[in-house]
Design a protein around this ligand. Structure first.
Ligand SMILES: [Zn+2]
Length: 169
């Protein structure tokens, strides 16, 4: 496992649509372990998408802070070829991104989502959730489509500068 540098804007890989994973081979397994190690090395981290470490493949990981953990959501969630299949409601959220250092912004996200995909063993996963996990799923899946939270801002008034140590999403 290796901690890799996180790509930041305006790196073009962040604007590109990532490729679907066809088979979970050793290179995908290595990618997942590098992503986990990279995410765990960042304080206040919530999630990471493969393009953020320079690999344009459809893999995301989410690791919620411990106070958000419960039986269902605990630990690291790895999803290959994730998709949002249902969204419900809208709510304002405060969001940041490891690839957009120094800023946070207020945007609208779904109140709850249903996402599906596969885990690293090829087993189908389906997650129906709200709260921070729903926000993280939308945020990380957006990365696979070349979309940043900045693209959802309704105006630059909703974007603010932050100290770098504030928790990113
Ligand atoms: Zn991000």
């Amino acid at each position: 496992m290796t901690v890799l540098p996180i790509r930041t804007i305006p790196d073009p890989i962040l604007m590109r649509k990532a490729k679907r994973v066809r088979i979970v081979d050793d290179s995908i397994k290595k990618l997942i372990s590098d992503m986990l190690e990279t995410l765990h090395a960042v304080p206040g981290r919530v999630g990471l998408a493969a393009p953020q470490i320079g690999i344009s493949q459809r893999v995301i990981i989410i690791s919620l802070p411990s106070e958000e953990n419960d039986e269902e959501k605990g630990g690291d969630i790895v999803i290959i070829n994730p998709e949002i299949v249902k969204r419900f409601g809208k709510r304002p959220v405060d969001e940041g991104c490891l690839s957009v250092p120094g800023y946070r912004g207020e945007i609208k996200r779904a109140e709850s989502v249903t996402a599906k995909g596969r885990d690293q063993n090829g087993k189908e996963i389906r997650i129906k959730t709200g709260g921070l996990l729903a926000q993280a799923l939308e945020h990380e899946i957006d990365h696979l489509n070349g979309t940043l939270y900045l693209d959802h801002l309704e105006g630059t008034n909703n974007l603010r500068r932050i100290e770098l140590e504030e928790a990113p999403l």
